[in-house]
Design a protein around this ligand. Structure first.
Ligand code: IPE
Ligand code: IPE
Ligand code: MG
Length: 252
């Protein structure tokens, strides 16, 4: 195999099978990574940002077009204020430091989650990142920040109710119609959801969108996640058979 990242064509773990179009990751385990080294949790979050940088690059190399990462949940407000502040500061620093390179590399950046409640400087930065990369389409990086799927579904329902009351929409609500009110309205559903750190739960991530995603739980702690873990995740994805409620072709 050509050295990954240097081959002219994206390389795909799993032979000729195309990479999953959309991979979503619950980036978990920063605190345990730090604790295992006698470091403050902050150090784990900092190394988590480096793992994110590696993963964005690796995903592009492997032919993935959409990468969505869970970075801060609506429930993470339950953590001590100092940790919440660190997480906000790291998002800010990541966007400030990486935006121009992401822009140059053709990455479209989106941030999903409740914008309301974000500190104004972060909200402004996020708006700018989205605006300045809006014309890009080579790779789609979506950061779920202050995101919770129940919150998203409630906000979508409220927006739909307002549209009805304003006489802007009528007729029967379909799946596709409802999706127009979700934060992910321009994104395909994830094909593969990976959670690191050995926890077997979804923790309020993409509950609507992941209805038929393949789920993969891996033991590696997020700061240690590397391209080889992503390749192995894609290989395992290729071993799955997606049926979407139908039968395997030829099974009748
Ligand atoms: C993931 O790591 C980052 C966030 C949830 C914000 P954690 O901080 O949850 O790390 P653990 O689960 O305590 O190890
Ligand atoms: C999920 O991780 C949220 C993010 C990775 C941002 P948590 O660490 O918050 O999830 P729980 O509390 O273990 O379910
Ligand atoms: Mg955790």
């Amino acid at each position: 195999m050509a050295r990954l990242g240097t081959s002219p064509e994206p390389s795909h773990a799993g032979g000729d099978a195309p990479a999953p179009q959309h991979v979503a990751i619950i980036m978990d385990g920063n605190g345990r990574w730090a604790k295992a080294r006698g470091l403050p949790r902050t150090a784990g979050h900092e190394r988590g940002v480096e793992a994110l940088r590696r993963t964005v690059e690796a995903a592009g190399d492997l032919g993935i077009r959409y990468l969505t990462v869970f970075s801060f949940s609506t429930e993470n407000w339950r953590r001590p204020a100092a940790e919440v502040n660190t997480l906000f500061g790291l998002l800010k620093a990541y966007v400030q430091r990486d935006l121009s390179r992401l822009k140059q590399d053709g990455v479209r950046v989106r941030v999903i989650g409740q914008r309301e409640g974000l500190p104004p400087d972060i909200a402004e930065l996020v708006d700018r990142a989205e605006r300045e990369t809006a014309a890009n389409s080579k790779f789609h990086l979506t950061i779920a920040f202050n995101y919770g799927a129940r919150n998203e579904i409630l906000r979508a329902t409220q927006a739909y109710a307002r549209a009805i009351a304003a006489g802007e929409v009528s007729g029967e609500l379909t799946d596709a119609g409802f999706e127009q009110y979700l934060d992910t309205k321009d994104l395909p559903d994830p094909d593969l959801v990976i959670r690191t750190s050995g926890e077997y739960r979804i923790s309020n991530f993409l509950l609507w969108q992941a209805a038929y995603a393949e789920l993969l739980f891996v033991d590696v702690l997020w700061p240690d996640f590397s391209k080889s873990h992503l390749e192995s995740a894609i290989s395992r994805y290729h071993e799955r058979e997606r049926r979407f409620g139908a039968l395997t072709p030829g099974a009748t």
